[in-house]
Design a protein around this ligand. Structure first.
Ligand SMILES: Nc1nc2c(ncn2[C@@H]2O[C@H](COP(=O)(O)OP(=O)(O)OP(=O)(O)O)[C@@H](O)[C@H]2O)c(=O)[nH]1
Length: 357
């Protein structure tokens, strides 16, 4: 029988675009000699986060230490994908000191924590803590708030309806499972709004859970790691909308990988194309957009990142030898999104580059 100590595992949860990958980049850059393995899961078939992390050039973000589970949502594919991944990490000749799991923005953390009690991994890994990254401006704008009038109207039509806002449902579950809450993007909030947003987050979290403000995920790894909470033994303290052995479905959300034409930037800088995309993503059903674009004549690909109506672009890494220079934008939105119309307007904005469509 092995007496190896259980490998502490930190689960990073948080809604689409809240800043989980940014937090992990900071963590990896400041790991202080810890060997950290990352398990990354994204909603939709095309994962970008592994690419973003492995393009960052930080030691420890090497390909071997990043496992991507791109198909489906980790909390719903525990047996098929998650457990074999964890077993492979545990049984490595040189197991990591710590495992960090970035869940998809739509995942509910509790079923994932429950998986740590499965016989395959119990006693070999333990959940050190669940960290929820909150998008401060999105919370301040009421993106996750219930609209009481709409809830009432739905209840009148169907007594079984609990939540009118599917975003609120995911957000609440993530917050209630957290051992630490980071209100990120504090740089985009004024002092009073930040104070109010911290209060809103505190009200949504369990009693006594620390709620910290941060920007660009710059949190000391000593604060983040080593909570030593054995969360899997404390599941009952964490309420959820989706208790039960089955996963949840994602019927409220859809994801598309949209092919994009080359960008003609003219004399403009990369942000010009990001700005040109904003009108197209202003549709309230678009929650997240990310992808890479081809700028002819440039050896680097142009990485685009958008959360709600904020879109940014920068060159992140050279196109690899043999890699097709095919522009793609992954869009995640609420069901009912006009994907064809969106695809047309995004493509027109991209083709127009800095000149605009
Ligand atoms: N202004 C500002 N932008 C931020 C901050 N943190 C992250 N961002 C930006 O927000 C966008 C989303 O950040 P990510 O770290 O990719 O978010 P995520 O939670 O991993 O996103 P998903 O994996 O799609 O759910 C990126 O464009 C980041 O550069 C912050 O503190 N301030």
């Amino acid at each position: 029988m092995s007496l190896a100590r259980a490998i502490p595992t930190t689960i990073i949860t948080g809604f689409l675009g809240a800043g989980k990958t940014t937090l992990i980049r900071h963590l990896m850059a400041n790991a202080g000699g810890r060997r950290i393995a990352l398990v990354i899961n994204e909603f939709g078939d095309v994962g970008m986060d592994r690419e973003i992390l492995s393009a960052c050039g930080i030691q420890g973000c090497g390909d071997d230490d990043i496992v991507e589970l791109a198909n489906g949502c980790l909390c719903c594919t525990v047996a098929d994908e998650f457990l074999p991944t964890m077993e492979a990490l545990i049984h490595r000749a040189d197991p990591p000191d710590h495992i960090v799991i970035e869940t998809s923005g739509l995942a509910l953390p509790k079923p994932l924590v429950r998986a740590f009690t499965w016989p395959e991994v119990r006693s070999r890994v333990t959940v050190d803590g669940v960290v929820a990254v909150i998008d401060g401006p999105a919370v301040a704008a009421g993106l996750f708030a219930e609209d009481p009038a709409a809830v009432q109207a739905l209840r009148a039509a169907d007594a079984a309806v609990d939540h009118e806002n599917p975003l609120e449902e995911v957000y609440t579950d993530q917050l209630l499972c957290a051992d630490m809450v980071l209100v990120n993007k504090a740089d985009l909030l004024d002092e009073a709004t930040l104070a109010a947003t911290l209060e809103t987050a505190r009200a949504g979290a369990r009693d006594g859970v620390p709620v910290l403000a941060c920007r660009n995920g710059t949190v000391d790894p000593d604060v983040l790691l080593g909570l030593n909470l054995a969360v899997e033994s404390d599941l009952e303290a964490r309420p959820t909308h989706h208790d039960g052995p089955e996963g949840h479905d994602h019927d409220d959300f859809e994801s598309y990988a949209l092919p994009m034409p080359p960008v003609d930037l003219g004399h403009e800088g990369p942000q010009a194309v990001a700005d040109a995309l904003v009108p197209a993503v202003r549709d309230g059903r678009v929650l997240r957009i990310k992808g890479a674009l081809d700028v002819p004549g440039k050896s680097m690909r142009l990485l685009v990142q958008g959360v709600g109506p904020r879109v940014q672009a920068h060159y992140d890494r050279p196109w690899r030898t043999g890699e097709p220079r095919a522009g793609t934008l992954v869009v995640i939105g609420l069901k009912g999104l006009d994907a064809e119309g969106l695809s047309r307007s995004l493509a027109a904005a991209v083709a127009g580059g800095g000149a605009g469509p």
